[in-house]
Design a binder for this molecule. Structure first.
Ligand code: UD1
Length: 354
């Protein structure tokens, strides 16, 4: 039996790690990895393959950056050849990027069974490209592997209950295993930031926060005025836009750094007094690592993180100065993201339905 994983962007490499391990437990299974090339910078791609023990991709589509239509279209066209060559029993699409939607459409058009990992998440914000990608993928997929009960409920509301299976969240599998492995490691921070003193870790990369220069300036100004140092892990998209608009990423409390590799990222989140982000994955990782988070968005797909105030939404930046460093909520944390074996449940589901 052949499963083809199609990945292309940083969060998908993280999810692929535990799926690789789970596939290795099935001797009869051939796991084919296709990299679309959506992310190509070594810090966004190669380091994840290396640190998460992922074998080199069987095929690399080399698509690179572009407008949404061009990028998605180029992947869709390039997928035909690899599907014809490998003839998988299942295509596994991950999350909500342009690579996800392209893999999904390419598979169903060749009548190959499609499973969607991380199905059923919704922001209900139709401005987000990720929202289009997830809706399209869920509605064409044969098997919807949902990470949470909330996701299961969204799929049922859209008439997709029969194709849905709750498996848990694969990012939780890798996040918790990495936490245990890096606990005693040194924290990687830019020179001048003391890991023993309180600091905030920040990432900003969503189009709604970066593309309009006045919005970007407003967010960066709020971080520059923070009461503690803010380490900004700058995605190349942010670095490029800041340069274009003449906005500095290192000033006041703000210190820019390159993106971190996954183990160093987890270690830094564990050490941080707070996280400020607009990333979906990082909100949830910070929750799992018990670091209070402030999310610069109007909504979140991971609504469970909002319970007890672990995560606070502050799109208007009205509370940021007061809440970006705050005490951890008291009491035991809920565990809405599965038992740490989601990848095994997901792969077993595909094997059972070969
Ligand atoms: C993509 C996903 C987003 C995910 C994010 C994780 C979509 C629509 N968005 O956003 O859901 O949270 O990945 O990082 O698929 N760039 C580089 N080097 C790279 C890749 C990109 O410099 O290796 C720059 C280019 O200027 C490019 C821009 O980043 O135009 C945006 O890249 P793109 O892949 O379109 O989307 P992301 O913002 O990375």
């Amino acid at each position: 039996m052949k499963i083809m994983s199609v990945v292309g962007a940083r969060p998908q490499f993280v999810k692929l790690g535990p799926i690789v391990r789970a596939c290795e437990q099935h001797a009869e299974l051939e796991h084919i990895i296709v990299h679309t090339g959506q992310h190509y910078d070594p810090l966004l791609s190669d380091v994840f393959f290396r640190d998460l023990g992922i074998p080199a991709p069987n095929a690399h589509l080399g698509v690179g950056s572009g407008s949404h239509g061009r990028q998605t279209g180029a992947m869709l066209a390039a997928m035909d050849g690899v599907l014809e060559e490998y003839q998988p029993d299942w295509v596994l699409a991950y999350g909500d990027t342009n690579s996800t939607a392209a893999a999904a459409l390419a598979a169903v058009k060749q009548h190959i069974k499609l499973a969607h990992l991380e199905a059923g998440l919704r922001s209900f914000n139709r401005r987000m490209p990720e929202e289009h990608n997830r809706i399209v993928t869920d509605h064409v997929a044969d098997l919807l592997l949902a990470p949470t009960q909330v996701a299961v409920d969204h799929l049922a509301a859209e008439g997709l209950a029969e194709r849905t299976l709750l498996v848990g969240d694969v990012m939780t599998d890798v996040c918790l295993a990495t936490r245990d492995a890096v606990r005693d490691d040194a924290v990687t921070l830019p020179a001048g930031v003391d890991p023993e003193a309180p600091f905030v870790l920040a990432t900003i990369h969503r189009a709604d926060n970066t593309d309009d220069p006045s919005r970007l300036r407003e967010i960066l100004d709020a971080l520059k005025g923070a009461p503690v140092p803010v380490v900004l892990l700058a995605h190349p998209r942010l670095a490029a836009l800041a340069k274009k608009h003449g906005v500095s990423l290192t000033a006041g409390s703000l210190v820019a750094s390159e993106p971190l590799a996954y183990p160093q990222m987890v270690r830094a989140v564990m050490a941080a007094a707070g996280v400020v982000t607009d990333s979906g994955g990082l909100q949830k990782e910070a929750f799992l690592l018990e670091t209070p988070t402030t999310t610069i968005r109007t909504e979140t797909e991971w609504v469970e993180t909002l319970e007890d105030g672990w995560n606070i939404l502050d799109p208007g930046l009205t509370q940021l100065a007061e809440v970006m460093v705050r005490p951890r909520p008291e009491g035991a944390q809920a565990q809405p993201y599965g038992d740490g074996h989601a990848a095994e449940h997901a792969v077993q589901a595909l094997v059972d339905r070969a």
